[in-house]
Ligand binder design. Structure first.
Ligand SMILES: [Zn+2]
Length: 305
């Protein structure tokens, strides 16, 4: 909706009914919300799905240079072994082992379960892929796990919503591309893909400033999403950036964020939000598919069972 649409914001909200409005109204509320941990105004996090061991070479040094704590979403049954997900761009890549993971944890990195086997999450497999995957990962890495990261696509989110609470998770990360706020339902966390080039029709190019001004204006929380940045050329242009682009991203976060941005590992942010009274109040009404997604095909998936 543009300011020139001839319809004021209030009229738009009233005419549009409940559908699709939660993000607008939540954003407006969140923009007036108080600070984050340490008085910071907004939050920046970044996640790497699959946990390739090459992160140690091409991403971790940049994290140290810019003082950012990273987060890895791990397939619970594949720690310290070559990735076994045929068809994946990352199939066959060596995955971080328990020692690598514990070393990163000492530097402030965090971890989440990216399902048991990276199968598309469904109501048939959800007990194993979502719920049981938490304990399996905890045992494999020797660290607590309280966040689930939907594998593949958002099509697996409806079943994840059902099984994550049964498995004892506090939050779910998706690949819905939006900025989270203090009002965002913790089971609906969005992530911002930072890719080198998206497929058509727009072929969107990497933007180091993507969503940073929005996160700052909303007092929100941006969670970047990529896999394993490599020098010069991404492993997959729509799933990753290069390590040069990753460095440009960190520089942009520093430039836009200065002292106001909380560079935070996602588990830490979830724990903060769970205990923050203002966030508790803003999240008192759970999200619904209708309040979060306009797309009818996605909404229909949430009605299946
Ligand atoms: Zn994945």
């Amino acid at each position: 909706m543009s300011e020139n649409s001839g319809m004021g914001r209030r009229a738009f909200l009233e005419s549009a009914g409940a559908a699709g409005l939660a993000s607008l109204t939540d954003s407006a509320r969140a923009a007036q919300a108080g600070p984050w941990k340490g008085g910071k105004k907004w939050v920046y996090s970044i996640t790497y799905d699959e946990g390739a061991q090459d992160l140690l070479k091409h991403a971790v040094p940049l994290h140290r240079k810019y003082g950012v704590s990273g987060h890895v979403c791990l397939v619970s049954s594949q720690i310290g072994v070559p990735r076994n997900v045929p068809g994946s761009s990352y199939h066959g890549m060596m995955v971080l082992n328990r020692g690598d993971i514990q070393g990163l944890a000492k530097e402030g990195w965090g971890f989440s379960s990216h399902s048991m086997t990276h199968a598309s999450t469904s109501f048939e497999n959800g007990q194993v892929e979502v719920a049981d995957a938490r304990k399996v990962l905890e045992d494999a890495i020797g660290l607590p796990v309280t966040v689930f990261c939907v594998p593949g696509s958002n099509q697996g989110h409806p079943a994840s919503l059902h099984f994550a609470p049964l498995g004892g998770y506090k939050a779910i990360m998706t690949i819905y591309d939006w900025v989270n706020t203090k009002a965002t339902d913790l089971m609906w966390l969005g992530r911002c893909p930072i890719h080198t080039e998206w497929p058509g029709p727009f072929y969107s190019k990497f933007d180091p400033y993507k969503r940073l001004q929005q996160a700052r204006a909303l007092g929100g929380w941006i969670i970047d999403y990529c896999h394993c940045p490599m020098p010069g050329k991404p492993i997959h242009p729509a799933k990753d950036c290069t390590s040069e682009e990753l460095e440009a991203r960190f520089q942009a976060v520093k430039e836009i964020g200065g002292d106001a941005v909380w560079l935070a590992e996602p588990n830490e942010v979830v724990d903060f939000l769970v205990n923050d009274e203002e966030s508790q109040r803003l999240r008192a009404t759970p999200a619904t598919p209708e309040s979060m997604v306009l797309n009818e095909e996605m909404r229909a998936l949430y009605r299946q069972r």
